[in-house]
Design a protein around this ligand. Structure first.
Ligand SMILES: Cc1cc2nc3c(=O)[nH]c(=O)nc-3n(C[C@H](O)[C@H](O)[C@H](O)COP(=O)(O)O)c2cc1C
Length: 308
């Protein structure tokens, strides 16, 4: 089984990738998306989203990282994909799933699921631009409003030469509401001949089991579940127990140190609250801590409360 840590814009930054891959069980990470409009992005943009490029594209515990691109123009996506791998990204991933309004207005992300032909053009251009030894993958939802084009989109991605496809088993309209329709992944898998990775709503070992059974996929991607339970990949692989809260607290303190003294200090209060929101699903103590820091705005005050 291959387990990928999901891209999560504004949540899974390089600090989170570093920490979660050190906890372990992940084979690959995908970055937050780099939004491509009509230019070759400066190298600094890639280094900002993926500082691991300074380390040959590996997290500090040695897990490879793949840059994700989002956009609608085949030519610019291709140019930027080439740049990403040239800088050390382990292949490149294309986002056909983002539901954000601002993104969809400029025709990137899930809105492209209405246009399998455009998706074909994008993946073909990127596949041609990127050296053959670098993998090109895509990540899609089941559709925009409905699933009517799910198979056509997956076939477009496969026919255009993608090496693999992650399927988040919901439409854009479904948002993040449970359930995820894992059985739909199996339907798509039967219609395409590239490896498929199942994603969506895996929070524990039993979910992983059911997802793999229903989707007929060996390989999975974990997003919010890995934030709710930082050792989820080991829980799934080795039937490990959920990490004790005391251990989670050491991660919270460490993350605080990273975020406070790194270049992302201004985002810290929001990010730590967001992470506690996910952790509350598994740990009642996280909810208590969240209530204690909810009104705090100063990073130092939040850290003191976490350490108390
Ligand atoms: C806050 C947030 C940010 C996300 N950002 C991205 C992103 O940048 N690129 C992407 O392909 N998917 C993104 N996703 C979708 C996740 O990668 C994943 O497909 C989704 O959360 C379902 O998996 P899960 O149930 O394991 O969380 C994001 C999801 C969330 C909740």
């Amino acid at each position: 089984m291959h387990i990928t840590l999901a891209p999560m814009e504004g949540v899974v930054d390089h600090l989170m990738r570093d920490m979660l891959t050190e906890v372990g069980g992940f084979d690959l990470c995908v970055t937050e998306f780099v939004r491509i409009v009509d230019q070759l992005m400066p190298k600094r943009v890639f280094y900002r989203i993926c500082p691991e490029l300074h380390n040959q594209g590996f997290t500090s515990s040695g897990v490879p990282v793949k840059v994700q691109l989002l956009g609608q123009h085949p030519v610019w996506l291709a140019e930027n994909a080439y740049r990403a791998v040239e800088l050390g990204s382990h292949g490149v991933d294309l986002n056909f799933g983002c539901p954000a309004k601002t993104v969809n207005k400029s025709k990137g992300g899930a809105v492209l699921l209405r246009e399998p032909e455009t998706i074909f053009q994008i993946v073909s251009a990127v596949r041609k631009a990127v050296p053959n030894d670098q993998l090109v993958s895509a990540k899609m939802r089941l559709g925009f409003e409905d699933t009517s084009l799910a198979i056509a989109n997956a076939q477009a991605i496969a026919d255009a030469g993608a090496d693999s496809l992650v399927i988040h088993a919901r439409t854009k309209v479904d948002g993040y509401k449970p359930p995820a329709y894992w059985d739909w992944i199996a339907k798509i898998k039967r219609a395409v001949n590239i490896p498929i990775v199942a994603n969506g709503e895996i929070w524990n070992g039993l979910d992983a089991y059911n997802c793999r059974l229903q989707s007929q996929c060996e390989n999975i991607m974990l997003g919010r579940g890995a934030l709710a339970m930082p050792n989820l990949a080991h829980v799934i692989r080795n039937a490990q127990a959920a990490m004790p809260w005391e251990h989670v607290k050491t991660l919270l303190v460490r993350y605080s140190g990273y975020e406070l003294y790194g270049d992302k200090g201004k985002y810290y209060p929001n990010r730590i609250k967001q992470w506690l929101g996910y952790l509350s699903r598994q740990y009642p103590q996280a909810e208590e801590l969240f209530m204690e820091i909810r009104a705090l705005k100063k990073s130092e005050e939040i850290l003191l409360q976490i350490q108390s």
